[in-house]
Design a protein around this ligand. Structure first.
Ligand code: 5GP
Length: 187
């Protein structure tokens, strides 16, 4: 039986989920963030085992067949998945575990764990989102267009989430997230 809390943290690419998670880790060090598997190429500045476990498509398939993946989804041309064992262990230890996942994966987890708390991080506008993605400069034009298209689909599904937080200011958004976490813990 699990006694911890699972938190789904979604939002379009470029909305600032990673920066927000860094702020949250400082404000609330007890939060446990799950590190996902991905078949995508490592970006400059990313570290294997910290940002993601970067794996080959073959290794990903092997982990899937062994039942080691809690959920997975295709995003663009790559696969992303949550390693199962660490999440099970953290939940058994009573921790609050954050899964930074896109909407298809989040929908699966909502069905598997109806008690999970789901939060969607919304950009202040589509213009700001595109500008942030361009400034990040990590994607080529085709990937950027694909990410903006996926963003529009994801935003349409944001109503399936328990809470929507607009990332207009990092500090404010982080504090809103922590308030939600604390309020739902009391229920
Ligand atoms: P990026 O390539 O920008 O790091 O991630 C692309 C998308 O994949 C983001 O929306 C991110 O939240 C999502 N993602 C990252 N890890 C996982 C995972 O383990 N499962 C699922 N379903 N999505 C993930």
């Amino acid at each position: 039986m699990s006694s911890g809390k699972l938190v789904l943290f979604s939002g379009p690419s470029g909305v600032g989920k990673d920066t927000l998670l860094e702020v949250l880790a400082k404000k609330r060090p007890s939060l446990q963030r799950s590190i996902s598997l991905t078949t995508r190429q490592r970006r400059a500045g990313e570290t294997d085992g910290v940002d993601y476990f970067f794996v080959s498509p073959e290794h990903f398939q092997e982990l899937l067949s062994n039942g080691d993946v809690l959920e997975f989804a295709q995003y663009g041309t790559n696969l992303y998945g949550t390693p199962k064992k660490p999440v099970d262990k953290w939940l058994r230890e009573g921790k609050t575990v954050i899964l930074k996942i896109e909407v298809q994966g989040a929908e699966k987890i909502m069905r598997m764990y109806p008690q999970a708390l789901s939060v969607f991080i919304m950009p202040p506008s589509m213009e700001v989102l595109e500008q942030r993605l361009r400034e990040r400069g990590t994607e080529d034009e085709e990937d950027l267009r694909r990410r903006m298209q996926i963003a529009r689909e994801e935003i349409r599904k944001s109503r399936e989430y328990d809470y929507i937080i607009v990332n207009d200011s990092l500090e404010r958004a982080a504090d809103e997230f922590l308030t939600i976490l604390d309020e739902t813990a009391k229920q």
